[in-house]
Design a protein around this ligand. Sequence first.
Ligand SMILES: [Zn+2]
Length: 71
Amino acid sequence: MKTVTCREMGGPCDMAFEGETMYEVAGKGGQHIMTTTDAAHQPMRDQMKNGTEEGKKEWFVWFKTVWDKKV
Ligand SMILES: [Zn+2]
């Protein structure tokens, strides 16, 4: 089980998400992003709504490096 914060996922707040896999945690983080309405999370909401498959792939490649550094 690892914990990743919204901030560590590239977001603006310290909400934390727990999971066994990076996909589980990314899913929880994504749900959190989509329930926000503030300006601070706007860039991440836009990325999730309008992002390309290529962009999402790149995000996961980047997020895997964050995930792998966690113990
Ligand atoms: Zn957040």
